[in-house]
Design a protein around this ligand. Structure first.
Ligand SMILES: [Zn+2]
Length: 437
């Protein structure tokens, strides 16, 4: 059995990701702008900071990511300049031609793509367009910034153009990833700001560039709600929140549920209310975490403890669909998904009478894509594991597991990188000692 290969009987061609990107067709620059104006009418305030010197010039635009509305706001902020976005391949599902005309460059998430730099250079140098990148690579689960890998500083250095950050506030509160089907009434506020001039990009070290972009991309939607006294009194405001806050801080069971404005634990029966100002309040006893992001970070620490003690591991049944190209999701049936410190992710299954193993080691994945209510196949939580030529959308049969798998992916990656750094330092020390002798 060959690893990382599905027996498609030669009938399926994987999507080419090395194509030259198309320049955004001018008609779409206008059309996207008009549609975005209509969709965001009276819902948004947009402010431009330090952008005057960039009139008519190409630049790199980094955007935080909370909801599809971010794309619409990016179009409003960059208009009338043409822009190209790096977009997930699944977004191209059944409309690849249209998205390419809109300037989108399809990518598979959390994989290394050797064509990316060249494609970005074409957008900036040849088309003189704005290059839009969402470094978090998925919608924020709890309204705070995700890990941004250091490789972004290398990319920015290589591209050698001014860098702007567009920061959206309120898009998560309006439409959280765990409950996006019913919108809350929240006015959003976005700023677009030049954070690095071309000279800065040339002058600053990679570490200094990382410091600037991570600081500028920092956000906390619940802090924003509190500071601006935003009232969200929708009676369904906590519905789905248990998909992110899955672990009970009272009895430690990973079995939380939600209904209406409440989160509750069926095991110990403790209940919390998500108040209209975005705070959590225990209906009896101590309120462990009043801020949802605090609860979230506590869960991450709990996963890290499991990893550090050697107890972490996942094995479960998943219903899998693959996406080798943008034409169809192919049902591969029930498979076994495993996740461990030693082997990273593996998916084991059988298709067209041939067994397969898909494998992604820990070192190659600083994050993973998860969804809480997937819009393309079925409205359930899923985790997506990508190779360079295929993507596997896995729906676990067990509830409340995808968020923990994401924490584990990020923490295992951190552990791996820390261990590598330690080994490197040790080796350097040994070489120094040898020289002395
Ligand atoms: Zn409990």
């Amino acid at each position: 059995m060959e690893k990382n290969k599905i027996n498609y009987e030669g009938k399926i061609k994987p999507q080419r990701l090395d194509k030259k990107p198309k320049r955004q067709f001018w008609f779409f620059t206008w059309l996207i702008n008009v549609l975005s104006r209509i969709l965001m009418f009276k819902k948004i305030k947009l402010e431009k900071i330090n952008m005057e010197s960039l009139k008519g010039k190409p630049y790199v635009l980094l955007s935080n990511h909370q909801d599809f509305a971010d794309f619409e706001v990016c179009s409003l902020a960059t208009f009338p300049k043409r822009f190209s976005s790096i977009a997930t391949l699944e977004g191209h599902y059944r409309r690849a031609g249209l998205l390419e005309m809109c300037g989108c460059i399809p990518k598979r998430k959390f994989t290394t793509d050797i064509n990316l730099i060249k494609q970005c250079e074409i957008v900036l140098n040849e088309y003189k367009s704005v290059l839009v990148i969402y470094p978090e690579a998925r919608y924020s689960p709890i309204g705070t910034r995700a890990i941004i890998p250091d490789s972004y500083a290398q990319l920015i250095k290589k591209l050698n153009h001014p860098v702007c950050v567009i920061l959206h506030r309120g898009n998560y509160l309006r439409s959280p990833a765990w409950g996006w089907r019913k919108k809350r009434k929240v006015k959003t506020y976005s700023t677009i700001k030049q954070v690095l001039t071309k000279e800065d990009v040339e002058k600053l070290s990679e570490a200094e560039i990382m410091e600037v972009i991570t600081k500028e991309l920092d956000y906390n939607e619940y802090a924003y709600q509190k500071e601006n006294n935003i009232i969200i009194d929708a009676p369904f405001r906590a519905e789905g929140l248990h998909k992110v806050l899955y672990k009970c801080p009272h009895c430690m069971a990973e079995n939380m549920k939600s209904q209406g404005e409440r989160l509750y634990c069926p095991d110990c029966k403790k209940e919390w209310e998500l108040t209209v100002t975005g705070e959590l309040k225990a209906l009896s006893g101590e309120t462990e975490f009043s801020s949802p992001p605090q609860w979230f970070e506590w869960e991450r620490q709990e996963v890290r403890k499991e990893i550090d003690s050697g107890a972490y591991g996942f094995e479960g049944q998943v219903d899998v669909y693959s996406l080798p190209n943008t034409k169809n999701f192919i049902p591969l049936g029930m498979c076994t998904l495993k996740h461990s410190q030693k082997s990273g992710f593996t998916i084991e299954g059988s298709y067209n009478n041939e067994d397969f193993i898909i494998s992604r080691p820990v070192a190659g994945m600083y994050g993973v894509h998860i969804e809480f209510d997937y819009c393309y196949i079925k409205p359930e939580p899923c985790i997506q594991i990508s190779l360079s030529n295929d993507t596997f959308v896995c729906f676990p049969t067990k509830e409340n597991v995808v968020m923990k798998l994401l924490f584990a992916t990020e923490e295992l990656y951190k552990v791996e990188m820390e261990e590598r750094a330690k080994r490197r330092a040790q080796r350097l020390q040994e070489l120094k000692n040898e020289e002395k002798e």
